[in-house]
Design a protein around this ligand. Structure first.
Ligand SMILES: NC(=O)c1ccc[n+]([C@@H]2O[C@H](COP(=O)([O-])OP(=O)(O)OC[C@H]3O[C@@H](n4cnc5c(N)ncnc54)[C@H](OP(=O)(O)O)[C@@H]3O)[C@@H](O)[C@H]2O)c1
Length: 290
């Protein structure tokens, strides 16, 4: 581990809870690798004490911090400036501190896209992304829809259990659309979108440990398609196992977590760290130990 001095760069995480976060393990791994004198602190706080925590953080000489649930949207009101895409998405997951000013970013979408690009060939992604199907309409879906539009989706369908939320997401993100046609589909009709989908992304919590699996047949999905699940516990969700069995390209969710972290690390320290098999093994071992 890199030696910490009194000049150590301080970064960290706010959220409720932060106790099981893998972010300290990821960022401190990269700090050690790049010889950065720094530390990543999960800022635990008493229930309801978020305003006091933010006031306390303003007094520290921080390099920046991450924001996780449930504060990603609430945080917008506490920033000095906001990246345009994060503003449009309505959520930030990273703050960079420059001369005491807090600048908010959202690296979830760009980290997701970075992982998708690393997990597929350029030609496959360029072709598959054109017809994208996103299941879910929560916080993660918003960042992913914005990123897929930037990544070249021509038609993107959002299918969420609460149909009104899918419609609201679409109208909210419409200003970022640049040529992408956005549609909402009721949850009960999700199967209808599968035969056309080149890229299918699960952003719901279905398939996560302790949750029901996502009920969806992939039999009619076009050959060569990509199935991505942002759930990463378990690493191979039932949906991804189904995709593998059908010969589709499965893309697991841990890479999104590592991708958004890499983009945040770059914003703080100016170095784009590598996502390697060794880092993945380290993070998975930390998860097992937690
Ligand atoms: N890999 C990563 O880095 C990463 C990053 C962020 C999140 N995630 C994972 O992604 C998932 C969603 O996170 P989020 O922040 O977007 O959460 P969220 O804002 O709470 O959204 C949850 C989504 O799941 C849907 N959902 C929940 N239970 C359902 C059910 N029984 N049937 C159908 N849909 C259901 C919700 O539908 P309604 O809108 O109808 O309630 C909503 O679309 C979580 O599992 C989270 O761990 C992974």
């Amino acid at each position: 581990m890199a030696a910490r001095t009194g000049k150590a760069s301080l970064v960290g995480l706010i959220g409720q809870p932060v106790t099981h976060s893998l972010s300290p393990a990821i960022h401190e791994y990269w700090m050690a690798q790049h010889g950065i004198d720094g530390t990543y602190i999960p800022f635990r706080h008493a229930p309801g004490a978020m305003p006091e925590l933010l006031r306390a953080l303003r007094t520290l000489d921080l390099r920046g911090f991450n924001i996780t649930v449930p504060y990603k949207s609430e945080m917008l009101a506490h920033l000095d400036s906001i990246d345009p895409e994060a503003k449009a998405v309505g959520a930030v997951n990273t703050v960079v501190v420059e001369k005491g000013r807090w600048h908010g970013l959202n690296t979830d979408g760009s980290g997701y896209l970075r992982h998708l690009q690393a997990s597929t060939s350029k030609a496959q992604l360029q072709s598959c992304i054109q017809e994208s199907l996103v299941l879910g309409g929560g916080g993660a879906a918003r960042s992913i829809v914005a990123a897929l539009m930037r990544g070249g989706a021509q038609h993107l369908t959002v299918c969420n259990r609460s149909y009104e939320k899918a419609c609201a997401l679409i109208s909210h993100l419409q200003p970022l659309a640049r040529g992408t046609r956005l549609s909402a589909l009721p949850w009960e009709r999700r199967q209808e979108a599968v035969p056309k989908a080149g890229l299918l992304v699960n952003t719901t919590s279905l398939g996560m440990e302790g949750h029901a699996p996502l009920e969806l047949s992939l039999d009619a999905m076009p050959a060569g398609g990509i199935v991505s699940d942002i759930v990463y516990a378990p690493l191979e969700t039932p949906l991804l196992a189904k995709a593998r069995a059908r010969g589709l390209t499965p893309v697991e969710g841990l890479g999104m977590l590592l991708g958004q972290a890499a983009e945040a690390f770059h914003a703080w320290f100016g170095v784009m760290p590598e996502v390697t098999p060794k880092l993945r093994a380290h993070v998975l071992a930390m998860r097992e130990a937690a």
